[in-house]
Ligand binder design. Structure first.
Ligand code: LMR
Length: 347
């Protein structure tokens, strides 16, 4: 009954998001999702099914079904169908969904500013450097720290490096001047756009396409898999391959749900997730490379590359962001990232 209510949500948007959130919370409190024979795990996310995150979620669903013989059912809600950027964290903390995989940039506003270390522009040059952080001791500490925010951190997933898009190529800081650029709700990303001379505009992912189409914002930053699957090509004439920042995810669970599982089910879910994340990380770079190849063939949008000196110029323009935000993300954390994963590089 409660699940039927939640399913009906997308059909009855008139009721408003907050009303549905409270219905879902009521269900979570009065009708627990665990039953003797069956366990339902709701996983909500904001991107399309054919993205790194969407495919990882589908694989997790499949692995759990196989390992439990169908007894544990993962229900995946893509494309902000159930919750969007503005309410998914609250929904998780209240128990209205069991699992989320928000981008790392979204944990700062949820009370974990150390996650904004991943937003520092031009901090990482390669995915191997990012993996050193996410798959090692630093990543484990970051996940454990999420307990303070009433979340259980279960693992990391790559999307990839972000590229800039607008109606014109963005090759040097002067090209950004005066543009209104959509960002996720991260203070580091806001500072990055200001350092480039643009106006940052925080918008939920699910509203970005419409805002671009209506000219509410002029451009955005996205990994190409997101750019393509959100249908942004028809509303942006130029993509510039800046690779200026990383976008990845942390998979998190509601702590009461996680604690309510018996040891066998918890191990089954964590193992299936580890496998789905491992496969997802292997596939993410491939999906972004495929998206680039597709975009190059897409009429109406042009892909621009930066020369080495243009890249140096953009890097230099955003350097003040590193100094300004070292305290917010945590100086010891930044030092560890640089010493352990960037070969001691300073910024
Ligand atoms: C964004 O809001 O741009 C991304 O976090 C979307 C996503 O989850 O990949």
């Amino acid at each position: 009954m409660c699940h039927a209510d939640v399913h009906a949500k997308s059909k009855h948007r008139l009721l408003g998001r907050s009303m549905w959130l409270w219905i879902a919370v009521w269900c979570a409190v009065w009708a627990p999702v665990t039953h003797a024979a069956e366990l339902v795990v709701r996983l909500s996310h904001v991107v399309a099914p054919d993205t790194p995150k969407g495919l990882m979620a589908a694989r997790f669903q499949q692995l759990v079904a196989q390992a439990s013989g169908g007894r544990i059912r993962v229900e995946v809600y893509p494309d902000s169908q159930l919750y969007g950027d503005d309410d998914e964290m609250e929904a998780l903390q209240l128990g209205a969904v069991e699992i989320l995989a928000p981008s790392l940039s979204k944990f700062g506003v949820a009370g974990a500013p150390e996650f904004e270390v991943f937003d520092l522009p031009f901090l990482f040059d390669t995915l191997a450097q990012v993996r050193c952080v996410t798959q090692g001791r630093i990543g484990q500490q970051l996940l454990q720290g999420l307990n303070r925010q009433q979340m259980v951190g279960l693992g990391f997933l790559d999307n990839g490096f972000k590229q800039m898009s607008a109606q014109r190529p963005l090759l040097q800081a002067a090209d950004f001047k005066g543009l209104r650029l959509r960002i996720q709700a991260s203070r580091v990303l806001a500072a990055q756009m200001r350092a480039l001379g643009a106006y940052p505009v925080v918008l939920p992912f699910g509203e970005t396409r419409r805002a671009l189409a209506e000219g509410v914002v002029d451009g955005a930053e996205n990994p190409l898999s997101n750019f393509l699957t959100q249908g942004l090509a028809p509303v942006q004439r130029a993509v510039t391959l800046t690779d200026h920042g990383y976008l990845g995810y942390a998979v998190v669970a509601n702590p009461r749900f996680w604690a309510s599982l018996d040891d066998g089910d918890r191990t089954l879910l964590q193992r299936a997730l580890n496998q789905a994340l491992w496969e997802g990380n292997a596939r993410a770079a491939v999906l972004n490379a495929q998206a680039l190849a597709t975009l190059k063939q897409t009429p109406g949008v042009r892909v621009h590359s930066l020369s080495a000196s243009q890249r140096r110029g953009l890097r230099q323009a955003v350097q003040p962001v590193h100094a300004d935000f070292a305290r917010r993300v945590g100086t010891p954390l930044l030092r560890d990232v640089k010493n352990l994963c960037l070969g001691g590089v300073q910024g």
